[in-house]
Write a protein that binds this ligand. Structure first.
Ligand SMILES: Cc1cc2nc3c(=O)[nH]c(=O)nc-3n(C[C@H](O)[C@H](O)[C@H](O)COP(=O)(O)O)c2cc1C
Length: 200
């Protein structure tokens, strides 16, 4: 059995201590992200996932939006200090990939395929999840760390304005990426017995 792909899957982890010491160029990262998303399946090949790759000042701007927006959300000044440190760790990364679902395409398929209308929206999110994990794994294969954050929907309006996001694109996830400054701790797994059934 060829385990190369499975080994790469194992290599993908949530890396929270990210830095800016990159071994790939921005152009290489762009083509990696584009290829991983392009090759990820979507229901009816509807290709509903959209992505915006932020570098430099634009990357910093995103995390400034997040930290400023969180000020009115957290319960105390003390909690805000911890929040600020957490957001600073994302800003310390090299760049951020924003993932969106184009709800106009979703609505169109709901109309075109009424039999599956109820499934189209969850399928678009499954498609986005697959695309996100393919990018995450392809980055890991190149020794680039990443993690996934969800400050949507509270940042949606400001993100739309700041990065000129089309009205129909709905923000679903934020993925800071960069050099791996500290590897992830070992993770635990539930018992296979509770997760799988193999029947013959
Ligand atoms: C759909 C999805 C949503 C997640 N949301 C967050 C999040 O909002 N913040 C975060 O720090 N990690 C988030 N994670 C990361 C998980 O916590 C992480 O993948 C899990 O604990 C396993 O660790 P690993 O990624 O190192 O294998 C998310 C992961 C997935 C697949």
């Amino acid at each position: 059995m060829d385990t190369q792909f499975l080994d790469t899957l194992k290599k993908r982890r949530s890396i929270y201590n990210l830095g800016k010491n990159m071994t790939l160029t921005d152009d290489e990262i762009n083509s990696l992200v584009k290829m991983a998303i392009r090759e990820s399946p979507t229901s009816f090949n509807a290709q509903t996932t959209r992505a915006v790759i932020l570098y430099g000042k634009k990357h910093d701007q995103l995390w400034d939006i997040v930290v400023n927006r969180l000020k009115s959300e957290v319960p105390s000044a003390q909690v805000y200090e911890t929040t600020k440190q957490k957001v600073a760790s994302f800003k310390a990364a090299y760049g951020t990939i924003l993932y969106f679902t184009d709800r106009a395409v979703v609505a169109n398929y709901e109309k075109q395929v009424p039999l599956y209308a109820v499934n189209i929206e969850p399928w678009s999110e499954q498609g986005l999840g697959g695309a996100q994990q393919n990018v995450w794994t392809a980055l890991a294969a190149n020794n680039i760390g990443a993690n996934v954050q969800h400050y949507n929907p509270i940042i949606d309006g400001e993100v739309r304005l700041a990065f000129d996001i089309p009205e129909t694109w709905v923000l679903r996830a934020q993925m800071p990426f960069g050099s791996i400054e500290q590897p992830a701790a070992p993770k635990t797994y539930i018992d296979d017995h509770d997760r799988f059934k193999v029947l013959k």
